[in-house]
Design a protein around this ligand. Structure first.
Ligand code: ZN
Length: 567
């Protein structure tokens, strides 16, 4: 047999968790044709000596809905071995929505997910109204990786209710119209339906995003449509129960009842938190109880702390404070000059201890607690806190921050963890039987966080440095587990006859690299970018898309439609 692509001399870790073995992988027509000793020729050969050959990774929690229109590759995820993503999480999708109303949908996205409206305006050619039309638009786009899409509740509500979506409860007629759109979307291949009920999701005007106005009964009825159809997954950005046990129990009870009554798989992200260290455990118990009772529920876990990545090039904890606000408005070079002015430095240091009463939401920078603000001088932990560095240098913490930034030409990054600060909790969660390791939020929070590297962090930190997870287990976590939960058929394993989504990497060097700030979004909007070292090649549907982080020009990615559209 003559192969299209032959990956020779590698060590196969096939995604099932079984031990690694030496084999060649031969690919024909976008599928794995042979795994074994291959003597036949091929059009293209990759010598994977010393490298692992694994199924491409899958990130099921992204917000690439807008980005897919201007960035076919799916950066930054594609640089971390990702070959398929699921978008439309947390109630945020770009459909259904008519072009004339697009500003309403963007209002839902702008602050809650930190996607610049000018980038969306310049980068998206709006060619749909309904969700099925949006899927067709994505289907037609050139794509480097594969995309599956949920329909989001905020878009749906805004489509059906207009401005009332931001203020009112749904009428019976609204609800009937919304249910019909869910039905149409799932039949056309939406992977599911998502919503948000968290305070963190606000519009730029400080209003709740549209989905937060929904009653629980509205949510229940919309999810119920998927139950009737026997297809679709429900993802929720959860309610802020606080630590009130009654509210927690009420919310947990409703989630469990929803999963049992509809039969729809329910999923949500969960973090540990230093202010409520055991809060997450009740959600894992809930998943276990729900599954034991006959429902489907799984929890999305992150491989490390959820960090804001701060810098003078993006945002700093002091930006809203008087004195600071004036300096931070200036072009970066002028800020640099200002930070060298002794008088102004003194004023900035004084002002840094003030507080504003502006509400901070989502992934916006928090006021600085110097013990919980870290100097990101390398791509992976451990990091020293600003408090520690300041004490060593006998400086005020703000002075230390300013000097560090000046020494790096304003490019010094600082990490401000918001959750998952306890590494042993993070490990417990990623190993939990009801977990799936995902939740990069890739495509969103573009200048606030950089979690597209959570997969390479798992491989460098937990597998190589801590030896807390085997490489076989880690590949299973990143490929087969998400493929199975989201029903991405024929993906997530290296098997003859399965789709040839493959990542070839060096297990001794794979790691996230340092992030950088770039202004490469449409309209010059800024974002954080992060690549990985140690990945030799990324193959999607049988074609090499990336070699050593460089795009080959191939765009073999596909729209992955849900089960009802495949029959
Ligand atoms: Zn999200």
């Amino acid at each position: 047999m003559r192969y299209d692509l032959l990956i020779k001399n590698g060590t196969v870790i096939d995604g099932s968790g079984m031990p690694r073995f030496r084999a060649d992988v031969g690919i024909v027509d976008g599928k794995v044709a042979t795994i074994g000793k291959i003597r036949d020729g091929a059009q293209e050969v990759i010598d994977a000596e010393g490298h692992v050959v694994a199924p491409g990774f899958i990130d099921a929690h992204t917000h690439m809905d807008a980005q897919v229109f201007w960035d076919p590759l799916g950066t930054c995820s594609c640089w971390h071995g990702i070959t398929s993503v699921v978008m439309g999480n947390c109630g945020f999708s770009l459909a259904p929505c008519a072009e004339k109303d697009k500003l309403l949908v963007m209002r839902n996205l702008e602050r809650a997910e930190d996607i610049a409206p000018e980038a969306m305006e310049a980068g998206i050619k709006w060619s749909w109204t309904t969700f099925p039309e949006y899927l067709d638009a994505v289907d037609r786009l050139p794509k480097g990786i594969n995309y599956a899409a949920y329909m989001g509740h905020s878009a749906l509500r805004t489509y059906v209710m207009g401005e009332r979506a931001f203020t009112d409860a749904a009428t019976d007629a609204d609800l009937a119209a919304m249910k019909q759109e869910v039905r149409n979307a799932i039949r056309a291949g939406a992977i599911g339906f998502t919503t948000s009920r968290t305070r963190n999701h606000q519009t730029p005007q400080g209003q709740p995003v549209a989905s937060r106005l929904a009653t629980w009964d509205e949510v229940r009825q919309l999810v119920g449509v998927m139950g009737e159809l026997g297809a679709g997954i429900f993802e929720i950005a959860g309610e802020d129960t606080g630590l009130n046990p009654d509210r927690i129990n009420d919310y947990l009870g409703r989630l469990k009842a929803l999963a049992l009554e509809t039969g729809v798989p329910v999923t949500f992200g969960m973090f540990s938190n230093r202010k409520a260290p055991d809060y997450w455990r009740s959600f894992y118990s809930l998943a276990a109880e729900t599954v034991a009772a006959g429902g489907r529920m799984f929890v999305q876990a992150h491989s490390r702390s959820l960090n804001l990545v701060l810098s003078f090039e993006t945002t700093m904890p002091f930006d809203r404070l008087p004195v600071w606000r004036d300096v931070r408005k200036l072009p970066l070079a002028e800020q640099e000059a200002a930070l060298r002015n002794p008088d102004l430095r003194r004023k900035l240091i004084e002002a840094a201890s003030q507080r504003t009463d502006e509400r901070i939401v989502g992934a916006e920078a928090r006021p600085a607690n110097y013990k919980w603000l870290f100097v990101m001088d390398r791509a992976t932990p451990p990091y020293r806190s600003v408090a520690q560095v300041a004490a060593e240098q006998n400086k005020h913490p703000v002075e230390a921050i300013i000097d560090l930034a000046l020494a790096k030409k304003m490019k010094q990054f600082f990490l401000q963890p918001l959750a998952n600060e306890n590494d042993s909790h993070a490990l417990e969660m990623i190993k939990h039987p009801h977990s799936v390791v995902t939740f990069s939020d890739s495509g969103a929070h573009v200048s606030q966080i950089m979690d597209s590297s959570l997969q390479t962090h798992l491989l460098s930190h937990w597998v190589r440095e801590k030896q807390a997870v085997t490489l076989e287990e880690a590949v299973r976590m990143l490929a087969l587990v998400p493929a199975s939960y989201w029903g991405l058929g024929g993906r997530g394993l290296l098997r003859e006859g399965w789709k040839a989504d493959v990542v070839v990497f060096n297990p001794d060097t794979i790691a996230p690299m340092m992030p950088e700030v770039d202004h490469d979004l449409p309209a010059g909007a800024r974002r954080l970018k992060q690549k990985a070292s140690g990945i030799m090649a990324t193959v999607v549907n049988g074609e090499v898309v990336l070699r050593k982080n460089e795009h080959t020009g191939a765009l073999p990615g596909q729209l992955l439609r849900g089960p009802l559209a495949q029959r």
